[in-house]
Ligand binder design. Structure first.
Ligand code: SAM
Length: 263
């Protein structure tokens, strides 16, 4: 296929593969669970919201839409995601109440806030290596939330201990110590000064939707642009990620813990 052919068949092929355009959230989270979370997290009418590792801040924007007097700050190091968050805030008329900053959340001086969101992003709060990163992130979350506030922690856990073969297929250097089981995760939250108000975990449907949507736009792009200069590396990336997902499917869990500070 020549460059001219590519331009004819797919006008924007030169732009390269799309990125995460089919995901509503950058985590395995269904619309049903998101609605329930927003309802629960806004029961206490938070005035301030802090979203750690916010990505494009979809959950925080929904919380702000449901809490008309609240203001929120989302923190992320990914410039593309921060730009998407700002665009979405403007599209929904929330730009006066939603601030998105491109910076690291490690040792952040922002907060404390009445509601702290941290889903799939505890690594943003600590430089500690697993398994020490979870207690350190929880201690940071306790520092960042007001005494009568709430924390939503979306954190990985092992649904069962992975076999050596499964670990071998996961992310580079994956180890059984990378995560805790759910009971230990809850114990760590309690040890950090919280009580668990609500405990829920992403189900297989949410994982499959998330992992499919994670790759779907790029898979379609690759299928339609086999001659693109980025096709080979894109194919490698997709194949690698699919193999990893097939190794952690049903083994890696994602817990959504609504935590209340213990006074
Ligand atoms: C799996 S995504 C989750 C995004 C979002 N919380 C959600 O659930 O849709 C993890 C996010 O953490 C961000 N992140 C990683 N390290 C960070 C750091 N040190 N400071 C701020 N954000 C960080 C990444 O850029 C990424 O957007």
């Amino acid at each position: 296929m020549t460059t001219t052919d590519m331009a004819t068949t797919t006008p924007d092929a030169a732009a390269g593969p799309p990125r995460l355009t089919r995901l509503a959230f950058h985590s395995p989270l269904s619309e049903t669970r998101a609605d329930a979370l927003v309802q629960r997290l806004t029961r206490t009418t938070p005035a301030t919201v802090l979203d750690i590792g916010c990505g494009w801040g979809e959950l925080m924007l929904r919380v702000l839409a449901a809490t008309p007097n609240a203001t929120g700050t989302g923190i992320d190091i990914n410039a593309d995601d921060v730009a998407r968050a700002r665009r979405n805030a403007a599209d929904r008329g929330l730009q006066e109440r939603a601030e998105f900053v491109e910076e690291s959340a490690t040792k952040t001086t922002r907060g404390p806030a009445d509601l702290v969101l941290c889903t799939g992003a505890s690594q943003a709060l600590t430089t500690a290596e697993p398994p020490g990163h979870t207690p350190e992130a929880l201690s940071e979350l306790r520092r960042l939330v007001t005494d009568n506030g709430r924390v939503l922690l979306g954190e990985g856990f092992w649904q069962r201990i992975p076999t050596p073969a499964e670990l071998e297929g996961m992310w580079p250097g994956a180890a059984a110590t990378d995560h805790h089981d759910l009971a230990t995760l809850l114990d760590l939250a309690v040890a950090a000064g919280f009580r668990p108000e609500w405990t829920e975990t992403a189900n297989l449907d949410e994982w499959e939707e998330f992992e499919s949507a994670y790759q779907a736009d790029v898979e379609v792009w690759l299928a339609q642009n086999p001659g693109h200069p980025l096709a080979a590396e894109t194919r490698d990336r997709l194949d690698r990620h699919r193999a990893q997902w097939m190794s952690y499917r049903g083994v890696l869990g994602l817990a959504y813990l609504t935590l209340v500070p213990a006074l």
